[in-house]
Design a protein around this ligand. Structure first.
Ligand SMILES: [Zn+2]
Length: 253
């Protein structure tokens, strides 16, 4: 089975009609992984697969626009009858389970033990499910955050998660077949020493060019840009096939 990326949602920072926040379904090598659980993506996921059959859930960081639909998934798995045959591994930054429990008004997530299995991500985290290998690298954001490199039988997908410019993004994207990259902001603010936590379209294009990716997919475009503008600006510097991530699209990596 070739590696495919299904776009479930791309919106930043809140969902819109038919436009959930960040979420993707990564399929290949016998595995199906829900990557980021932005609001609205659990519903979209059900158009493409049976959530109870997910191999894993992989969460880049715990900002609500990337993780809030873990609540929807917990309800589906715990109360909705969508019981997975075995607990689904949830690869996520530390505290994910405690945060979920807090929102649900529970002391812990023991009541989800039979359906979700929380495992903490770290820089260099590497796991294989059948022929799909997932590698996490810490990236530059205003909370603990990871980018992803997914490899399957010679095909490589890289995903920025949310990040400012950093060396790890270039390493994740190195010669990737498809680089799914955020372009959240119109411009970096001048005169500020603080770490940048998002990319401009030009940043995304430059990283794609320098990493020699085969194709760039622009996502997570914030409210100061349209995705058409962001994609055109990224394309102007990427020198690579550059498209916008659009809900419902399926890309063969
Ligand atoms: Zn974020």
């Amino acid at each position: 089975m070739p590696l495919t990326l299904t776009v479930l949602g791309t919106a930043s920072p809140h969902p819109g009609p038919d436009r959930p926040c960040s979420g993707y379904l990564l399929s290949g090598g016998g595995a199906e992984v829900w990557v980021d659980a932005g609001p609205g993506t659990f519903a979209a996921l059900q158009r493409h697969t049976d959530p109870a059959r997910l191999t894993a859930i992989w969460i880049s960081h715990l900002h609500a626009d990337h993780s809030a639909d873990l609540l929807a998934a917990a309800y589906a798995f715990a109360y909705g009858g969508a019981t997975p045959p075995a607990p689904i591994p949830v690869y996520a930054p530390q505290d994910c389970a405690d945060r979920l429990a807090g929102f649900l008004g529970r002391a812990d997530v023991d009541f989800l033990k039979g359906v979700l299995d929380f495992r903490t991500l770290y820089d260099g985290h590497d796991v294989r499910h059948w022929n799909l290998r997932l590698t996490a690298r810490a990236v530059a954001h205003d909370t603990e955050a990871y980018g992803l490199r997914a490899e399957c039988q010679g095909s490589v997908l890289a995903y920025s998660g949310d990040s400012g410019p950093c060396a790890a993004l270039g390493e994740l994207a190195s010669r990737a077949d498809l680089f799914l990259c955020e372009a959240d902001i119109d411009a970096h603010r001048d005169g500020e020493d603080r770490e940048q936590v998002h990319l401009t379209p030009e940043d995304a294009g430059r990283i794609a060019f320098e990493a020699r990716v085969r194709a760039l997919l622009v996502t997570h475009v914030g409210p100061t840009l349209t995705r058409e503008q962001a994609t055109a600006r990224a394309a102007a510097v990427s020198g690579r096939l550059t498209r916008a991530a659009v809900e419902g699209d399926v890309h063969t990596v």
